[in-house]
Design a protein around this ligand. Structure first.
Ligand SMILES: Nc1ncnc2c1ncn2[C@@H]1O[C@H](COP(=O)(O)OP(=O)(O)O)[C@@H](O)[C@H]1O
Ligand SMILES: CC(=O)OP(=O)(O)O
Ligand SMILES: [Mg+2]
Length: 397
């Protein structure tokens, strides 16, 4: 019987899950629970060998969400008791200084993930809720936590250090951690394979553009610079997050606008980025608004691509030599306009996008630079679930 891993990725109001056949790397079943704890009913979508199942039912919290997922597996299959489940893999966003490798979850690990919650307030609490619910359902199985921050533990001191008072920084653990590492690692490895090189031979710029977005400079297969920092708020423009702002904006809003710390946290994490500038967070809706002549949406798209190009240039400078620029995640894989605008005008760096190759959504790994280009530009669909499943299996043996 082949080995399967259930991978759980709990977000603030959602649970994404996949049942991965580790032998083939295929997802056998998967789905999404949304609108958890939002007052009204939750929505469930489950895809498996017997097709798609959609459901609407009360999902007051992540415990109920995980139980609803397990009920779906039991009802429409595949049966989790019959597929040979060897582990449950959990995405955990913030692992701090402590977790630079996947770990087996026990009560002490749960407590540590909870302690790290202030450094990923949107992510670690739901990650933990998913772990607790799944451990409750499968107490006999090994549960493995795989951390977004782990891949970035190689950040050199100059890249991970904020230029603030060293005593304050040390006392409070104020440093840059970086996130989306599971995706950056998977995409880097796939890209090296596509380029026909060993992973430790490639220099890459990897742009993970999903709802959250970050970009990483990879030297010799290792993360040496990345755009997210202490929390997943720094860096690129995102669906609902501002990315980089002058920190003085915060003091100004406190002193002059009378906003509280929590209000500013909500403003920058949930009411900024595309939703703040354009009123919608999904890039498809932004493009629709641009097409309808909405000037705010146009500006938001320009800010998004301007910031992205800024980082590509900066990371080129840090790396000195770049083999490939790679796009991944929802926007990176699907949005040819963002890819084109972000790399326009970089011919002198050897970075060129072929309009025909770039056109459209990319479901598979695709080179979008012309033949013979100095820097290969690619779209490589990410697969965080497969990466988590493989890391979980590697740990449990
Ligand atoms: N066809 C598309 N064109 C442009 N953007 C898209 C398209 N499909 C999805 N997206 C973007 O991808 C985002 C979701 O990306 P994803 O990587 O799934 O994010 P997350 O894992 O953070 O939920 C959506 O919010 C949307 O902005
Ligand atoms: C770390 C992070 O921003 O994750 P996501 O993109 O899933 O919100
Ligand atoms: Mg994601």
């Amino acid at each position: 019987m082949s080995e399967h891993v259930l991978v759980v990725n709990s977000g603030s109001s959602s649970i994404k899950y996949q049942l991965v056949d580790v032998g083939t790397g295929e997802s056998v079943a998967g789905g999404l629970v949304e609108r958890i704890g939002e007052g009204g009913d939750g929505t469930l979508r489950h895809d498996g060998p017997s097709g798609r199942t959609d459901r609407t039912q009360p999902v007051p919290d992540h415990d109920a969400g995980v139980r609803a997922v397990l009920d779906l597996f039991a009802e429409v299959g595949p049966s989790l008791t019959e597929v040979g489940l060897v582990a449950v893999g959990h995405r955990v966003v913030q692992g701090g200084d402590r977790f630079t490798e996947p770990v087996l979850v026990d009560d002490a690990v749960e407590a540590a993930i909870e302690e790290l919650s202030p450094l990923a307030p949107l992510h670690n609490p739901p990650n933990l809720a998913g772990i607790r619910a799944a451990r409750h359902a499968f107490p006999e199985l090994p549960h493995v936590a795989v951390f977004d921050t782990a891949f970035h533990h190689t950040l050199p001191a100059a890249a991970r250090t904020y230029a603030i008072d060293r005593d304050v920084a040390r006392e409070h653990g104020i440093r840059r951690y970086g996130f989306h590492g599971t995706s950056h690692a998977y995409v880097s490895r796939r890209t090296a394979e596509l380029l026909g090189k060993a992973t430790d031979e490639v220099n890459l710029i990897v742009a993970h553009l999903g709802n959250g977005a970050s970009i990483t400079a990879v030297r010799g297969g290792e993360s040496v610079e990345t755009s997210m920092g202490l929390t997943p708020l720094e860096g690129l423009v995102m669906g609902t997050r501002s990315g980089d702002v002058d920190p003085a904006v915060i003091f100004h809003l406190q002193r002059v606008a009378g906003m509280s710390t929590d209000e500013i946290d909500t403003l920058l994490n949930r009411r900024s980025g595309m939703i703040g500038m354009a009123g919608v967070n999904d890039m498809r809706d932004v493009h629709d608004a641009v097409a309808a002549g909405d000037a705010d949406a146009r500006l938001a798209l320009d800010v998004y691509c301007h910031r992205l190009k800024h980082y590509v240039g900066a990371y080129y400078a840090q790396l000195g030599h770049v083999d490939a620029v790679v796009f991944t995640a929802g926007v990176g894989e699907n949005d040819d306009i963002v890819r084109e605008l972000a790399l326009a005008g970089l011919e002198r760096l050897g970075i060129v996008v072929d309009p025909e190759r770039n056109a459209g959504r990319k479901k598979t790994e695709t080179v979008i630079s012309p033949d013979g280009a100095e820097v290969t530009v690619l779209v490589v669909p990410t697969n965080e679930e497969l990466e988590i499943a493989q890391q979980a299996v590697a740990l449990v043996g």
